[in-house]
Design a protein around this ligand. Structure first.
Ligand code: AMP
Length: 217
């Protein structure tokens, strides 16, 4: 049976970094809805242009559009063994759509690591975040994980940029949207016995260690 891991937590808590690590360690596909929207935006697809109108304001892209995109992604061959879902689901309606989708694949959500940190930590991390233009998985932070050379990616030498939605006004709205629309998923997955809380203020490797321990359970 395939394994599906849903990474839950506020923006800036490190879900993306940890999802990437988990994907490397488990061999499961890493599916980031935010990366998929950004890729569509870069390629100026209709989906990308639609998503942009929401992303720049820190709002959520409508459920039907997001669910259709993820459904299509999960049917690709690299997801046969399952996936680490990063940024999806983000609303109760998306969580319900996911349940139905996975039932059709004869699977279910196995575990939901819920990574936590206080709002001040989130704001500091998001506002100091610099992302590689060539590979959105190469992420730095000007305070906690600075690149060796200013605004240049250590891994491939590409330019680092600040995401539009990592600007102060949008950050505040993203956190607000998280509390209003995504945080109900905490009790949803707790009620389903899937939630494992993890302290996201620890060093990156310690968070990964806690996550791996959560998967063994
Ligand atoms: P992220 O990279 O996960 O922070 O996502 C960036 C932006 O993409 C979010 O602020 C939303 O506008 C959009 N987005 C990503 N995932 C979802 C989702 N599951 N539902 C709706 N919008 C999403």
């Amino acid at each position: 049976m395939a394994t599906y891991i849903v990474m839950l937590g506020p923006p800036g808590v490190g879900k993306g970094t940890q999802a990437k690590m988990l994907s490397e360690k488990t061999g499961l596909a890493h599916i980031s809805s935010g990366d998929m929207f950004r890729e569509n935006l870069k390629n100026q697809t209709e989906l990308g242009k639609l998503a942009q109108t929401y992303m720049t304001k820190g709002e959520l892209v409508p459920d039907d559009v997001t669910v259709a995109m993820i459904k299509d992604r999960l049917t690709r061959p690299d997801c046969e063994a399952g996936a680490v879902l990063d940024g999806f689901p983000r609303t109760p309606a998306q969580a319900e759509a996911l349940e139905i989708m996975l039932r059709n694949f004869n699977g279910q959500v196995n575990v939901v690591p819920f990574i936590t940190a206080g709002e001040d930590v989130l704001i500091e991390r998001l506002s100091g975040r610099w992302t590689c233009r060539a590979n959105g998985n190469h992420v730095f932070n000007e305070k906690t994980n600075p690149p060796k050379n200013d605004k240049i990616c250590d891994f491939d030498g590409s330019e680092l940029y600040q995401r539009d939605d990592d600007k102060p006004e949008t950050i505040k709205n993203r956190i607000k949207v998280y509390f209003e629309q995504t945080s109900p998923l905490i009790s949803y997955y707790q009620d389903h016995g899937k939630l494992v809380e993890i302290d996201g203020t620890q060093a990156i490797d310690d968070v990964t260690e806690d996550l791996m321990a959560a998967l063994q359970k």
